[in-house]
Design a protein around this ligand. Structure first.
Ligand code: ZN
Ligand code: ZN
Length: 127
């Protein structure tokens, strides 16, 4: 490591990190406000409607998952409530880590993976 001259690098790094963070926060605030301006305050999944009192529970999801892709017409944004947003991303993780199963039998399979669903069915069948 070369000896450092002048102000310690850590301070400089801190400043760079702080600036980057501030820029990111501003950008995020920017697209959220924009999204709330151009899109109806309704969750895209559960259709729950929001108003000024609870709009903080409404989040901006990026359809292509690229947070830097923020077209002004809102075409890459989807407003989701925090619950559906979490579910949306959890689903991706599940889908990525699992093989596609056999084609569904009855077509009423729950959308989310529930490890104990089979157990519940077994218990039900035992009666
Ligand atoms: Zn929702
Ligand atoms: Zn998202």
């Amino acid at each position: 490591m070369p000896p450092t001259k002048g102000p310690p690098d850590a301070a400089r790094l801190d400043r760079i990190v702080a600036e980057a963070r501030r820029a990111r926060e501003e950008r995020e605030k920017g697209y959220r406000e924009q999204a709330l301006r151009v899109l109806p305050w309704v969750c895209g999944r559960c259709a729950r409607a929001f108003d000024r009192a609870n709009v903080h529970l409404l989040t901006v999801h990026h359809k292509d998952h690229n947070h830097h892709h923020n077209p002004a017409d809102g075409s890459n944004w989807e407003l989701l409530c925090v619950y559906c947003h979490e579910d949306e991303h959890a689903r991706e993780l599940n889908a990525a880590g699992r093989d596609p199963g056999p084609p569904g039998g009855d077509g009423i399979e729950p959308a989310t993976h529930r490890p104990f669903a089979d157990l519940a069915a077994l218990l039900k069948n035992r009666k």
